[in-house]
Design a protein around this ligand. Structure first.
Ligand code: GUN
Length: 292
């Protein structure tokens, strides 16, 4: 039987409407709305697209966004100064520094300079450190990992006690999502391109999070029947038949894996919209916390 589709686009729309209701209530009660600052350095097309989508989503729910688009040759000091200004700006509840930053920038120092209270991306070393320990609540959890868990929760997929496999070990997705699954009492395996017997390890997953960044790497025989598959990958592959000359595919070979999984996210329209919805959620949480 083919898998249930996990419709991230629809679930994210529901979450955005919940957020809009809370933003409207904040405006009515406190005459203020949440504010998100986006910082983009350089002209990477993908980063420009992500930042544009984030600003558009803010506008839709009534969150004010403040865009800072800086040239690729911005110095470390100049970027630090922008971050410090935003830390001090009372209208800004969240600061998002779009990654990756240019090679000459020390991103660890930049992410560490973001005020802990405004770290809506959850990438401040202290928030990541807290996420990596038991019973130490981070102020914010990174958006894509949080979106993966939210999808499982909204699909009523039980996590506790399940064998979860995370394919990929990035700072942005693989590592933090593994921590979140562990906090929810899953038994978690992290695997990657150098894992021995990778298909067999992936096949042990009752919940699979694919975040390795390789187009359609996960084949049907890598997935155990009935598994829940969350595909975080966004990979462009050549497609002369499409207008743009390419199309986006995930890390999972969707058409074949959907025949064995019990539920699966599509790409696009799965995790992507959830990342943005969680950014809005974190920004609203920050504004609400700063009011009290
Ligand atoms: N680059 C890829 N994903 C992300 C993200 O979630 N946040 C930021 N700031 N940059 C990214």
């Amino acid at each position: 039987m083919p898998a249930k589709l996990i419709d991230g686009k629809a679930i994210a729309a529901t979450i955005r409407s919940e957020i809009k209701t809370e933003v409207d209530a904040m405006r009515a009660a406190h005459h203020r709305v949440p504010g998100l600052a986006t910082v983009l350095v350089g002209a990477r097309k993908d980063s420009q697209t992500y930042v544009r989508m984030k600003k558009k989503a803010c506008a839709e729910v009534g969150i004010t966004s403040f865009g800072h688009d800086l040239p690729a040759d911005t110095s470390q000091e100049a970027l630090l100064a922008v971050v410090r200004d935003l830390n001090a700006n009372p209208e800004v509840d969240g600061i998002l520094v779009q990654l990756p930053l240019p090679d000459h920038i020390d991103d660890e120092e930049i992410l560490g300079a973001v005020s802990l209270e405004k770290d809506v991306d959850g990438f401040h070393p202290l928030n990541i450190g807290r996420l990596s320990m038991k019973r130490r609540d981070p102020l914010f959890v990174p958006c894509t990992p949080k979106g993966c868990i939210e999808l499982l929760d909204r699909m009523a997929v039980e996590i506790q006690g399940k064998r979860a496999v995370v394919l990929g070990r990035s700072n942005i997705v693989g590592l933090p999502v593994a921590m979140l699954l562990l906090h929810r009492n899953a038994t978690v395996t992290i695997c990657h391109s150098r894992t021995r017997d990778l298909p067999e390890v992936v096949r042990s997953a009752e919940i699979l999070i694919a975040a390795v960044g390789r187009a359609e790497m996960v084949k049907q025989d890598w997935v155990q029947p009935g598994a829940v598959v969350i595909d975080v990958g966004v990979n462009a592959v050549d497609d002369p038949a499409s207008e743009k000359g390419y199309r986006l595919v995930g890390d999972v070979a969707f058409d074949e894996v959907k025949e064995v999984a019990s539920a699966i996210t599509p790409v696009p329209g799965g995790v992507g919209p959830m990342t943005i919805a969680m950014l809005l959620r974190n920004t609203l949480d920050s504004a609400q916390r700063r009011l009290t």
